[in-house]
Design a protein around this ligand. Sequence first.
Ligand SMILES: Nc1ncnc2c1ncn2[C@@H]1O[C@H](COP(=O)(O)OP(=O)(O)OP(=O)(O)O)[C@@H](O)[C@H]1O
Length: 792
Amino acid sequence: MMRKPRPFNKHGPRNSKAPRLKQKKKRDLEKSEITVLESSKAELDGMNPEEIQSFNVLPLSKMTLKGLREAGFSVPTKVQRQSLVYSLRGVDVVAAAKTGSGKTLAFIVPLDGLGVLVITPTRELAYQIFEVLNKVGKEHDFSAGLVIGGKDLKYEWSRISSCNIMICTPGRLLQHMTENAEFVTDHVQELPAERQTLLFSATQTRDVKDLIRAGCSEPVFCSVHEHSKTSTPKGLQESYVLCSPEEKFTFLWSFIRHHRKRKILVFLATCKQVLILVFVATCKQVLILVFVATCKQVLILVFVATCKQVLILVFVATCKQVLILVFVATCKQVLILVFVATCKQVLILVFVATCKQVLILVFLATCKQVLILVFVATCKQVLILVFVATCKQVQYYYNMFCKLHPGLSVMGLHGSMHQLRRMAVYDEFCRKKNAVLIATDVAARGLDIPAVDWVVQVDCPEDVTTYIHRVGRTARYSCSGEAILLLTPSEEPAMLDCMKAKNIPIEKIDVDSSKLQGANVKMEIVLSKYNNLKEEAVRAFKSYLKHVALMRNKKVFSVTAIDCDAFARSLGLVVTPRVRFIEKQLKQKGQGNTATPGATTTQHNPSVSLKPKLTTLDFGGAGDSDEEEEDFLSTAKDQTIYLPPEDPQDPEAAEEPNVTQSKKKKPITKYAVVKKLLKKNLQINTRVVFDEEGEEILDPRKQQISQAARTEGEEEAGGINIARLQKIMSEEDKVDKKVHAYKQKEKNCLKRRTRELAREAKRARVAQSSTLESLPVDEQEQLALFLLRNKN
Ligand SMILES: Nc1ncnc2c1ncn2[C@@H]1O[C@H](COP(=O)(O)OP(=O)(O)OP(=O)(O)O)[C@@H](O)[C@H]1O
């Protein structure tokens, strides 16, 4: 929550007249400014958006203009120009513009603070908008609130109603609307008749349903890049690689290893007449230059070389008198320079080299008299954003990479993380210059991390819209960037068709498989050491299969096209975890087939190994529960799993034994027994003890939870309240002490009773024996003492 604090002095709120007068003066000034702005809004009618070259020409308040200036925004972008001329007039606007084109500012600038509700799809995006609002609107007196899940709900309760601007995610807003009695919801549940709605997206449709949902009335459409040839930003280079699921981890590992920061400089110079050479070379792939120059008097060389991939320069120059060399080289991937120069008198060298990945320089110079060297070499660091399909994959990939040490700092971001951790990871990644962030689609929409160089989509996006948002995390505003998509052979044709239809310029690239570095052995070693990581691997495996099975577009996604065994191995698992929902599907399919006489009852796909195997392990406890699997199937009512049509002609299919019809008796598992009992609705008896008055005697051991803890459990968790937790802890402590005392008492009682019994038994034995001599000496002594004591 952002609230401007009320002015205080040491006696409480300030009450002197001076500040009030100052405030009145400020309000009067504001009123007069609003009147001027209202009248100048009419000028917007005849304004040509393309002619707006500065925010200053727009009817904006001095405070907004100051905020924009200080945040470094002076010239509005296309979407800002086109939408502001309408939104500042109070008209509803529906705008579509490519990712990174400045839509956030386009809807923040017109916010007047009377009562604004900003709804965004993800928490990170809400947080980012809140930050931009704080920056641009810092001169204003509005109060703004960030209302997102994962924060303390009760803390927000009383404060939320006093906010002028509320930036929220839909879930949290709904939670306040239903649970918060102090939240005045009239204007949210029933939107005021006089309102303005702005709808901004990178993938806007003119779908009437969308507009109705957003509550737009007669909106103005600003489709900024409607006539653009592509749907993705200009500076973005897009490519895809054909890669089966089992090769994905290896690809990602090799990709990250390849982008480690490597700068190798070997430099050696000693110091003792005219050739002028100006050399300009540009090359897209590989530029190899071997340069040998000898000169007696003056040798001047100006050398400019740019290359996209590999630039190798071997340079040998000898000169007797003056050797001047200006060298500028930029290369995206590998720059290797071997430089040998000898000169008797003056050697001046200005050397500037920038390289994104690997820069190797071996430099040897000898000069007898003057040697001046200006040397600047930078090897650009990279920020890589990796998208995978599920939270569990993020978790596993992140932890595994941390153990494998790829040479780059790795981070993970997904929706199941605690909100504070999510924000910390996001902030840290924004600050880093050389890192990898593995994320789910929570990072796909709206996030503005300006320096992202690569977007790697390890798992195919759900649809083209998601693809556009994901790749839009790079090449933002005026920057350039690259995006790579991994497509499995079964996903490739249909996905490419969808992309073509949406004007996505994507090129296929081949990967030299000999250069891929596998990490399987290392992974297996790590998994054998860390059991929890193995469980994570199983969860990642299952969650990916579930994800693929749940995808709507069955032309693109096919779970049966996945080689489960190979995929499990690629994650470092020695045995393939059992995936019950696929088996179930195959079983159902098999049973269905039996009804059709003559039909082939087997389901076989050569690349599929979904049948239960002897080597298959059931990680039920460690992985997702069966219930979860059933839930997932039942909730996905419209999302049935696609099984390829059977081919009765397939000879292999005919030979394959039908697993589902196998007569082998299933082993009875504990799970099956419990399931059976639950079906019968059997209840286990409970023992209740009553005292003489008929009151139930409660067993203190079963009352081990304090009242405070009980009510806490019943309350909805809305973040962590340290004070409340401390109170609960102290009460719990008291209960624990009581229970301990009770147990101790019982223990002592038992000991005493055992001793008494032993003594009685001894006495009985003495009575039976005729003489005391028949007893051992120590027992004789004890008995004598006992008799003496009783006698007294
Ligand atoms: N007028 C401007 N001048 C300079 N930079 C700007 C301007 N407007 C926006 N930017 C910068 O452009 C970048 C992208 O802006 P923004 O996040 O608003 O894009 P977007 O269109 O909302 O992207 P997405 O569709 O991904 O959400 C930001 O870093 C922002 O600071």
